[in-house]
Design a protein around this ligand. Structure first.
Ligand code: IPM
Ligand code: MG
Length: 357
């Protein structure tokens, strides 16, 4: 097939890990006879510096014209340390999510067998944990209006809004995902307190009988926060609203041992976007030490969910697993072994793909 990607390296370590992801994408395209073309575009702090806008119109157009978007990371200390800044990199990210209609954020949590000991949780607890968080990404408190301050500045407010359509859309996707996995769905909400959560639960209870092959359960978010670290293996697909999903997926990310291993997919109305969940890690920028595997695994998700090419995705995942078996890993995963650089790991994974029969 002809593949046309939008490539948004962004800030911090984004450009370095993107370079490795592109090596792997090229290796896969060569192997499977796909022709690859891509356009790079600005997003985040680097876009503010260059053109004064964290998500320029040109970038949006390049995304709209693409089959899928590969995204590195945004954010910079310059803005984190300046709460008064009027234009912020994060605004670009939120605008990108909204205008591309990226309504479902898929964050798989898996534990690579020989890395389970790196988790801060006991190895026997996390071993074989394998679940998918589905976070609603374009609604809730992030986007609800009104949002702001009273005139005297002493009162602030955010609004949480969800419509039935928004809830149905993401629940349907979550049921489908559960169907392709172990057929268990957990809706996480706060229906004992919040009206929006009661709408989520009502819609889920309507949809559950239409999905009789899926075991559907309901869990309050405070309980879910506990169960995630007490018994992560009990989850298969976990679906929840925007802010709960933001918090729970950071919590879930430690299960695997390194944030540098977790990819994500944001399924959209206009196009879909694939990014590692770890962010811009400014302290490591330019040092060639950041772990490129989450970005590379995001390429695997791009092939699986963005292009419906499962064999390509599988080969990338096998190559990543092989790099860990061979202990060709960056410092976050190396333990007492030798730490490889970002580009060495990328080269190794791309070469493994090329050599695989
Ligand atoms: C994430 C991040 C973003 C979010 C920030 C950077 C706005 O934490 O993708 O999880 O809160 O959604
Ligand atoms: Mg977050």
């Amino acid at each position: 097939m002809k593949l046309n990607l939008a490539v948004l390296p962004g800030d911090g370590i984004g450009p370095e890990i993107m370079r490795e992801a592109l090596k792997v994408t090229k290796a896969i395209c060569k192997k499977f006879n796909h022709s690859l073309s891509y356009k790079e575009a600005l997003v985040g702090a680097c876009a503010i510096d260059a053109v004064g806008d964290p998500y320029p119109a040109e970038t949006h157009q390049i995304c709209l014209d693409s089959d899928a978007v590969l995204f590195g990371a945004i954010g910079s200390l310059k803005f984190d340390n300046d709460p008064q800044a009027k234009v912020r990199p994060e605004q670009g990210l939120l605008r990108m999510r909204k205008t591309l209609g990226l309504y479902a954020n898929l964050r798989p949590v898996t534990v690579f067998p020989n890395r389970a000991h790196l988790s801060p949780l006991r190895e026997e607890l996390v071993k074989d944990a394998d679940f998918m968080c589905v976070r609603e990404l374009t609604g809730g408190l992030y986007f609800g209006r009104p949002q702001g301050r009273s005139e005297d500045g002493n009162t602030a407010y955010d609004t949480c809004i969800y419509t039935r359509e928004e809830v149905e859309r993401i629940l349907n996707l979550a049921f489908e995902l559960a169907r392709s996995r172990r057929k268990k769905l957990t809706l996480v909400d706060k229906a004992n307190v919040l009206a929006t959560s009661r709408l989520w639960r009502e819609v889920a209870q309507e949809l559950a009988p239409r999905n009789p092959d899926i075991e559907t359960e309901y869990m309050f978010v405070d309980n879910a926060a506990m169960q995630l670290i007490q018994n992560p293996r009990r989850f298969d697909v976990l679906v929840t609203e925007n802010l709960f999903g933001d918090i729970l997926t950071d919590e879930a990310s430690v299960i695997s041992g390194s944030m540098g291993l977790l990819p994500s997919a944001s399924i959209g109305v206009h196009t879909s976007l694939f990014e590692p969940i770890h962010g811009s890690y400014p302290q490591a920028a330019g040092k060639n030490i950041a772990n490129p595997l989450a970005m590379i695994l995001s390429v695997a998700m791009l092939f699986e969910y963005g292009l419906d090419k499962k064999d390509e995705a599988e080969l990338i995942r096998r190559a990543v697993a092989a790099s860990m078996e061979a202990k060709v890993v960056t410092e976050d995963l190396a333990g007492t072994d030798r730490a490889y650089s970002t580009s060495e790991v990328g080269d190794w994974v791309a070469a493994w793909i090329e050599e695989e029969e």
